[in-house]
Write a protein that binds this ligand. Structure first.
Ligand SMILES: Cc1cc2nc3c(=O)[nH]c(=O)nc-3n(C[C@H](O)[C@H](O)[C@H](O)COP(=O)(O)O)c2cc1C
Length: 234
């Protein structure tokens, strides 16, 4: 399999990224990039911390995962996401709004999801007009169960024409159904990936990229290289 891959109009050295939460501030991004990830998603950063993002220029693509330190999804929380988005914009290759934190009291079906996504879409367009650079916008969301209605955030991703989803799910059928539903928007698949065969199956289901967290914590750079070697051999 060719290691280079494209998604959201960007080229990635390989399809495997580091999921959000490992490097919340971005301070380790340059060092992590040396390990061979195709992308690193830093964060989740919240409004108050956003000014602290060092703009790490590194070999890997840099995603910035944004959120709010408050619970729920009321208008103030939407403002927090908008503040974090503006702070992240210049440093990011893509921005991902996190709706997958079980501690935040919000998810892909929270009341206010559509307002959040339409607001961020407008803000990204405004930043693009200001800077002349269009940064892809994604939402990170739990995929839900096979056969259950799609979370509102996934419908809103399609409706508002976002660039894609970071989709938390290990169910191949569900991933395939969501990729098909999105009709061209990129899917970054995360959750339970531990081998080259897992990566290959997610890509075959329609994902453009994948991310790992637990497998990296467990097996480190050696595990990442093993997965990439397995993938190339498939
Ligand atoms: C300790 C820990 C912290 C995490 N922190 C974040 C976070 O800040 N933002 C986020 O979007 N996801 C966070 N995640 C979720 C991961 O990015 C990933 O979606 C999840 O662990 C599933 O992938 P895995 O099965 O490879 O671990 C965290 C996960 C763990 C285990």
């Amino acid at each position: 399999m060719k290691p280079h891959t494209t998604a959201m109009g960007l080229t990635f050295a390989n399809p495997v990224g580091l999921a959000a939460g490992f490097d919340r501030s971005g301070q380790q991004a340059a060092a992590l990039s040396e390990l061979g990830f195709g992308h690193i998603e830093i964060g989740t950063i919240v409004a108050g911390q956003a000014a602290m993002i060092a703009a790490p220029r590194c070999g890997s693509r840099l995603g910035i995962n944004i959120g709010s330190g408050r619970r729920g999804l009321d208008p103030q929380v939407i403002e927090d996401y908008a503040t974090a988005l503006r702070a992240a914009y210049d440093s990011a290759d893509y921005v991902c709004a996190n709706l997958s934190s079980p501690f935040a009291g919000r998810d892909g079906d929270s009341f206010g999801v559509d307002q959040l996504i339409s607001r961020m879409k407008r803000d990204v367009e405004a930043c693009a007009a200001q800077t002349g650079r269009r940064v892809p916008l994604l939402v990170k969301v739990e995929g839900g169960f096979k056969g259950s209605p799609l979370p509102a955030a996934i419908a809103a991703t399609r409706h508002h024409g976002l660039d894609g989803l970071v989709l938390v799910s290990a169910c191949l059928e569900r991933i395939a159904a969501i990729c098909q539903y999105l009709n061209g928007a990129a899917v970054i698949s995360v959750g339970g990936i531990a081998s080259g065969a897992d990566i290959s199956a997610r890509l075959a289901a329609g994902a453009s990229l994948v991310q790992i967290y637990t497998a990296f914590v467990r097996d480190g750079a050696i595990g990442l290289h093993r997965m990439l070697t397995e993938l190339e051999a498939l």
